[in-house]
Design a protein around this ligand. Structure first.
Ligand code: DAT
Ligand code: MG
Length: 140
């Protein structure tokens, strides 16, 4: 059976702070394989597709503004149960509450901004992963 795949993003805060290597290190140390990787600056059209589920929420416009504010790194990671495994490595959405030991718990905190800045994105289900991988890696 082919291994599961997930879409991971290092967000602009992670890239600005030089944490791309640290995030990749944690993914690889856990045993997942990086199957594809690219750096890009996402435009708002791409981000609107990616974050369609959040349209209309109070943090939606700040989210698109933040996510388009600088380069991001997009990756496909592979491995058995990598979707839930990476969500666990990332920690919960709010970095103040994310467990120490997780990416968000160790590397991020509340910055007092309208949108939470929390270093990484990871797909939350098989359906989301397939949809999101197509957005960032249309040929894969
Ligand atoms: P996650 O990234 O943990 O899957 P999400 O999909 O609910 O979280 O939201 C996408 C991003 O939007 C999240 O990483 C940070 C931001 N965000 C979510 N909920 C928020 C809130 N209540 N206030 C501010 N920003 C929020
Ligand atoms: Mg999400």
């Amino acid at each position: 059976m082919p291994a599961e795949r997930t879409l991971i993003l290092v967000k602009p805060d992670g890239v600005r702070r030089g944490l791309v290597g640290e995030v990749i290190r944690r993914i690889e140390s856990k045993g997942y394989k990086i199957a594809a990787l690219r750096m890009l600056t996402a435009d708002k059209d791409l981000l609107a597709t990616h974050y369609a589920e959040h349209q209309g929420k109070p943090f939606y416009e700040p989210l698109l503004e933040f996510m388009s504010s600088g380069p991001i790194v997009a990756m496909i990671a592979e491995g058995q149960r990598v979707i839930e495994g990476f969500r666990s490595l990332a920690g919960v959405t709010d970095p103040t509450l994310a467990s120490p030991g997780s990416i968000r718990g160790d590397l991020a905190r509340d910055q007092g901004t309208k949108v939470v800045q929390n270093i990484v994105h990871g797909s939350d289900s098989v359906e989301s992963a397939q949809r999101e991988i197509k957005i960032f890696f249309p040929n894969l």
